[in-house]
Every structure is written in C-alpha cells, then in structure tokens.
Ligand binder design. Structure first.
Ligand SMILES: [Zn+2]
Ligand SMILES: [Zn+2]
Length: 212
C-alpha cells in the first residue's frame, strides 16, 4: 500500500493519498489547505482516485474538497451527523478568522459498509466525541482517525457537538479493540500505534484510572 501524507500551515492538518500499488487505484482522505500538494502526489504516483473520504467536517479537513473533487471527479463521503458542520464551513472559518469557500454537496453519506479501492477495503468505525460524525477509516492495520486520537493527546471536545465522555468511549471502546499493533495516522502530527497510546497517553490513562 502506498501512503502519501501532506500538511501545510496554518493548521498542519494531515491530508492523505492512499493507493493500491498493483491497480493504482487510490483514495484521498481529508483534503484541506494542502490539496495542491495532494494532487501533485496523485500525479507523481500516477494513481486513479476513486473516492474522497472525510473523517469529519471541521474546516481544516474539508477546505480543499472543492478543488479535489473538481480535479479528480470522485465522489465525496461524509458521516451524516457532521453535515451541519460541513454546511456551516464558511461560519467555521469566520469563527477562526479564516475565509473559507463554500464546499460542494456531499455525494455519499457513509452507510458503514466497506468501500473498496484496488485490492484494499476501507472499513468504517463511527467515533463521535470530537464531533458527532467522526469516523475512523481502517485499511488493514492502518487507522486514519481524524482528530479523535493523537500521539500523546486526544481531540478537543469544546467545539460544537463535542463531548468528552463520548470521545473517550470512542477511543477506549472502538479504537482500542482494533489491536495494539494497529498503526494510527492522526489528523495532526506524528503517527503512533494503539498500543503506545493505550499504555502512555496521559488523557487515556487518566480516563481509564477514573473508570476503575
Ligand atoms: Zn477536527
Ligand atoms: Zn483537525
């Protein structure tokens, strides 16, 4: 499997191109301000993007959807519970002092059945808490978790629709059972593993100790 990651200021949000090395079919995950870099990676790797998959609809994860969709002619997927955020992306931008273009309509709402590209299958896990429609995209041992879990940290829960208890249940109850060796690709910052976060993430440790 080919994984290309790009991030640019001001959000340094990770956008991904994930491709099948045999068939050259690919997906793009969370095109944001780094969309031109992602499109360059698509050209350099000479892959065909079949799906544009969103982990959630905060502005840093969707600000490049219009550009990606126009360039790739691929459908855009989102969890329906984040539609209010997606449709409010201009207002989200205003809240943070950024001018964001309105984005094109969502083509498909996840029905949680797997999505295929080439020899690979994307399995979907609903992981609300950072926002209501957050999902984890699982491709084999690779987890694209959006802003649910970070290396040494967790997603913020103070934005509209966020909920700390729900987030921790998504992390401990949905992500952790996927196994300690699973590789975590967060929406910001460095990769990690489920095992490392389960054993060392201070927010997780505090939550688990309080639950005992
Ligand atoms: Zn977010
Ligand atoms: Zn983010």
């Amino acid at each position: 499997m080919i994984i290309e990651v790009r991030a640019v200021p001001p959000f340094y949000k990770n956008g991904f191109v994930v491709a099948c090395e045999r068939t050259k079919e690919a997906i793009v995950i969370d095109p944001g301000d780094e969309v031109d870099e992602l499109l360059a990676a698509v050209r350099d790797r000479d892959v065909q993007v079949r799906h544009i998959l969103l982990t959630h609809a905060h502005l840093d994860h969707v600000s490049g959807v219009d550009t990606a969709r126009a360039a790739l002619d691929a459908p855009v997927y989102l969890h329906k519970d984040d539609l209010f955020l997606y449709e409010g992306v201009v207002e989200q931008g205003a809240m943070f002092g950024f001018k964001v273009r309105p984005q094109p309509p969502i083509d498909v709402f996840y029905d949680m059945t797997p999505i295929t590209f080439g020899d690979y299958e994307v399995r979907l896990h609903h992981t609300p808490g950072h926002c209501p429609g957050g999902v984890c995209l699982q491709i084999g041992e690779h987890l694209f978790v959006g802003d649910t879990l970070f290396a040494g940290s967790i997603g913020r829960t103070d934005l509209p629709g966020g909920n700390y208890q729900v987030l921790m249940e998504s992390i401990a109850g949905v992500l952790f059972p996927l196994g300690d060796t699973a590789l975590v690709h967060p929406g910001h910052g460095a990769d990690t593993t489920i095992g490392r976060e389960r054993q060392t993430n201070p927010f997780v440790l505090e939550y688990l100790s309080g639950r005992r």
